[in-house]
Design a binder for this molecule. Structure first.
Ligand SMILES: [Zn+2]
Length: 463
């Protein structure tokens, strides 16, 4: 059989494997390229197959860099099944139409510029309608059970602990076991069970995002956050936490709830309002309360007993835009958790516009800020920040708390791959910047004597 690497090869986005045998053609993941403009351009490259010829697609988890090119395939004629977990389906029902909306808006803005320059207009990568149509092909299956796809292929999902519903995918085909790690979670998640360690596979396709580093700050992340919030409240300031709406926001709420409730009832954090101001985060939190595969037992127990892990006394979810605007009409201390996580769009922008020029404000970053993002400029403490065409002086105190990543670090990756009963024929090292993946390759080969390979984008290998 042939495997072609259509994304996340010597890079971290666009995950997509195209597998061909004499009888079948299918994909594992169909992610969008993200990041700088040269990466984004790769989304326009045609697929090396006719979407109508694909038998099925498997999605490892709901992050757009693993799912975001699916609407292109369904629009262009794919009519097979998309296998995924129930939670991946529910979260993709939120994320894919949102991605369609972003493409529509970006295209509209680009076309305004092109019109002025006398150039032809362009079409969006896909629309909200295309994204909604792609959802109708979802075929959720459970984790931990072998599913027979046809006479020759079976599929098995194991918990990956990276995002709600995330899985490692095992495919049995032609007497071989192929394992696609998807993104590998960390053992430090408060919400998700740790990733399931593989014991057997012939070929492994493994992510290596953090193959060169250790997350030493993980254990202190919530205490650090708590301390900064407390310090800012004492100065009567407002705290703004830009957070990705799916995953990171729920992680923050649960971690804060645990700390606040552990402390005394007189805790000053109980006296100030916390707001989650992101409609997408509100919808995602509903999924976190509903689709519980891979979730820690204590959280499932809480949900069943209606203890509500993602709520606490002084936390309010803001749905209406008018209520979101009202949050900036008083200067009382508050905590605002809002999206987007990189400050490029969404309600976070008008909060930043209102509070960035106040030295009592704290902006706390708990996630990656890409090079060209507004979040990176604020994080770098640029003195002037342009929001909605207005230059705002950045007087806020800026904090970055590491350790919130949903990816395994080097030690966890080595642990994940280190329990195999016999050596796999080959391990393909994926989903990492080249230098990082090469650093991991040296370590994993020295430690376990495995045969590894770092493929190039669009390369085809025979296995
Ligand atoms: Zn991911």
């Amino acid at each position: 059989m042939l495997v072609q690497f259509l994304g996340a090869a010597q890079n971290v986005t666009g995950s997509c494997y195209f597998i061909q045998t004499e009888k079948y053609k299918f994909l594992i993941d169909c992610g969008q390229f993200q990041g700088n403009s040269s990466e984004i351009k790769k989304n326009l490259e045609p697929f090396p197959f006719n979407p109508q010829e694909l038998d099925f697609i498997v999605l490892t988890h709901a992050h757009i860099d693993h799912t975001g090119r699916l609407p292109i395939l369904t629009r262009d004629g794919f009519i097979g099944r998309v296998y995924l977990t129930r939670a991946t389906a529910s979260l993709s029902e939120i994320l894919l139409p949102d991605s369609g909306k972003i493409h529509e808006v970006e295209c509209e803005n680009e076309n305004k510029k092109r019109k002025k320059a006398g150039l032809d207009s362009i079409e969006p990568l896909y629309t909200v309608e295309d994204a909604n149509y792609s959802l109708s092909f979802f075929n959720p299956i459970v984790m931990g059970k072998e599913i027979i796809i046809n006479n020759d292929i079976s599929l098995y999902f194991a918990n990956a602990g990276h995002l709600l519903g995330s899985t490692h995918v095992y495919i049995k085909l032609n007497g071989k076991i192929l394992l696609f790690s998807g993104d590998i979670g960390t053992e430090h998640s408060q919400i998700l069970n740790p990733p399931e360690i593989p014991t057997e596979a012939d070929y492994i396709f493994m992510e290596t995002t953090y193959g060169d580093r250790l997350h030493s700050e993980m254990n202190n992340r919530f205490q650090n956050l708590y301390n900064i919030i407390k310090e800012t409240i004492n100065k009567k300031g407002t705290i703004i936490i830009p957070a990705f709406a799916v995953g990171r926001t729920q992680d923050l709420i649960y971690g804060l709830k645990t700390l606040i409730e552990k402390n005394s009832t007189s805790d000053s954090l109980l006296k100030i309002p916390f707001y989650v101001d992101s409609p997408m985060a509100i919808n995602a939190t509903k999924v976190y309360n509903k689709d519980l595969e891979g979730v820690k037992e204590n959280i499932i127990k809480d949900i069943n007993e209606k203890v509500h892990p993602y709520e606490f006394k002084n936390l309010k979810f803001i749905t209406e835009a008018k209520d979101s605007i009202m949050l900036n009409k008083n200067d009382k201390s508050k905590v605002l958790i809002s999206a987007s996580g990189m400050c490029d769009a969404g309600r976070i922008l008008h909060h930043l516009k209102a509070y960035l020029d106040n030295e009592k404000t704290a902006i706390i970053f708990v996630g990656y800020q890409s090079e060209e993002s507004l979040g990176r400029k604020i994080k770098n403490e640029d003195s002037l920040i342009s929001i909605y065409g207005k230059e705002i002086t950045n007087k806020a105190k800026i904090y970055t708390i590491p350790g919130f990543s949903g990816h395994a670090d080097q030690a966890e990756l080595l642990n994940w791959i280190g329990k195999l009963k016999k050596h796999p024929k080959k391990i393909f090292l994926m989903h990492g910047d080249l230098k990082v993946t090469q650093a991991f390759q040296i370590i994993v080969e020295n430690k376990y004597n495995y045969k590894t390979y770092i493929p190039k984008l669009y390369e085809i290998v025979e296995i």
